[in-house]
Design a binder for this molecule. Structure first.
Ligand code: LLP
Length: 420
């Protein structure tokens, strides 16, 4: 079978759809996702979990388009949510309430109440105050939720500092020593059922070693709790498995996620702990499946630079501006001319509005269309209306068909939110 993305007759195809042909009837910019890629990523997780007691959940924050949620739900996944809004979307997309976990450092009383009322799988609690509030709300509702405490293991995830979460300097989780006394509090609480330990050390992790460190931490910490007569039956491992953002034009066949290489060893490493394992994967499920398709509006030369100015901007995909993230660029028609070094930038009034700096690309002219690769996770989900730029459409490819899964916003849609 052809890889999901490939050139055929000099045109870039996603599955069996020519993207160049698609742009002829549809305005750019837009996001487009491959159903097959998402399904394959889910299957890779299922393979890694085969025969083990694992609940794979999907972290909605990476991409909450309902059509995408339904694909993942149909693969048997649960959901990891971090807000009342995400919980609402997860339920509306049909995720089983028994497979929903709720994390987040700042859950409001309303959100905690909503989750307990629904009766989700478990709440991941991140502070002493939140634990006490959860106990009070549970008592009012006369309902005893399963909870896990998110523990901060002080492990370096070896990733960008903005997406590192498991170090003591980060706002996430509870210090292990304090966590022991909070578990003791929870065990005695008539309306709390502490069943799990939650950890999430960061995102876009490409090596095994931070996960091996996490295994060692969990073994130790679970034993410490056992010594204090606190029985733990589930370990929520968070997300964090990275994807390959460097898959170049000439090597579209390389694998895109690190699910196959990291996850089986991670899960196997925890088998001796006889616990149910929960995963909260976002990027590794949807990241490789999405492209941001954008047209070059202008080409502009200055003494020191050549700029390609696109119709998409940082408000559509903020990852390069925010994390200096690298997204490969594929022209929709296969290039055969000269290559040159360019900056690819958007129209927003910020110098940080760029997609690539000093990038070697085939020579491209105004009017040509490019794809920003691996934009399925934290792309549209992190978009905004900055510079009053309406949110763009999203399409889903399934073999040779394309469906609109989110309409583009119009400027009237935005205007209607305001009082005039
Ligand atoms: N669980 C928790 C508690 C999390 O905080 C996150 C991500 C996940 C699971 C999912 O992690 P993943 O499998 O996607 O690595 N906007 C950034 C990434 C932020 C990640 C936030 N937390 C980016 O574009 O790289």
């Amino acid at each position: 079978m052809q890889p999901v993305l490939h050139y055929r007759n000099h045109e870039l195809y996603m599955e069996n759809v020519s993207l160049q042909a698609l742009t002829e009837g549809n305005a750019t910019p837009f996001y487009i996702y491959s159903r097959r890629d998402i399904v394959d990523n889910c299957k890779a997780v299922m393979n890694a979990a085969r025969g083990l007691n694992v609940l794979p959940c999907y972290a909605l924050k990476a991409n909450y388009n309902p059509a995408i949620l339904k694909i993942i739900k149909d693969m048997g996944f649960g959901a990891d949510v971090v807000s009342g809004g995400e919980l609402y979307f997860a339920l509306k997309a049909g995720f089983d309430k028994d497979k929903i976990v709720f994390a987040g450092v700042g859950k409001t009383a309303e959100e905690i109440e909503y989750a307990i009322q629904i009766g989700i799988h478990s709440l991941n609690v991140e502070s002493e105050e939140e634990l006490k509030l959860t106990g009070e709300i549970a008592e009012q509702l006369q309902s005893k939720p399963d909870i896990a405490l998110r523990v901060n293991p002080n492990i370096d995830a070896k990733t960008h500092k903005y997406i590192s979460t498991g170090l003591y300097e980060n706002k996430f989780g509870i210090m292990p020593d304090q966590a022991v006394s909070l578990y003791q509090f929870a065990v005695k609480h008539p309306w709390l059922n502490p069943v799990g330990i939650h950890v999430h050390i960061g995102s876009q992790i490409k090596e095994l070693s931070p996960f091996t460190d996490t295994i060692a931490f969990l073994k130790n910490f679970k034993q410490k709790l056992a010594d204090n007569e606190i029985p733990i039956t589930q370990l929520d491992l968070g997300g964090g498995i990275g994807i390959n953002y460097d898959k170049s034009l000439h090597n579209l066949q390389q694998p895109s996620t690190y699910i196959d290489t990291i996850l089986p060893q991670y899960l196997q490493g925890l088998q001796t702990l006889n616990s149910k394992l929960i995963l909260e994967l976002g990027r590794s499920i949807v990241g490789s499946a999405g492209l941001l398709i954008t047209k070059i509006i202008y080409r502009k030369k200055t003494p020191s630079r050549t700029f390609l100015i696109t119709d998409a901007a940082m408000n559509n995909l903020i990852r390069p501006s925010l994390y200096n993230a690298h997204h490969e660029i594929y022209p929709l028609t296969e290039p055969n001319g000269e290559w040159e070094t360019v900056d690819v930038v958007g129209p927003v009034c910020e110098s940080s509005d760029y997609f690539a700096k000093n990038r070697n690309l085939p020579q491209l002219e105004g009017g040509q269309i490019i794809a920003l690769a691996a934009a399925g996770a934290y792309g549209q989900a992190l978009s905004s209306n900055y510079n009053l730029r309406p949110r763009i459409a999203e399409y889903l490819v399934n073999n040779d068909t394309v469906n609109t899964i989110a309409e583009a916003q119009s400027i009237e849609d935005i205007a209607n939110q305001y009082k005039w």
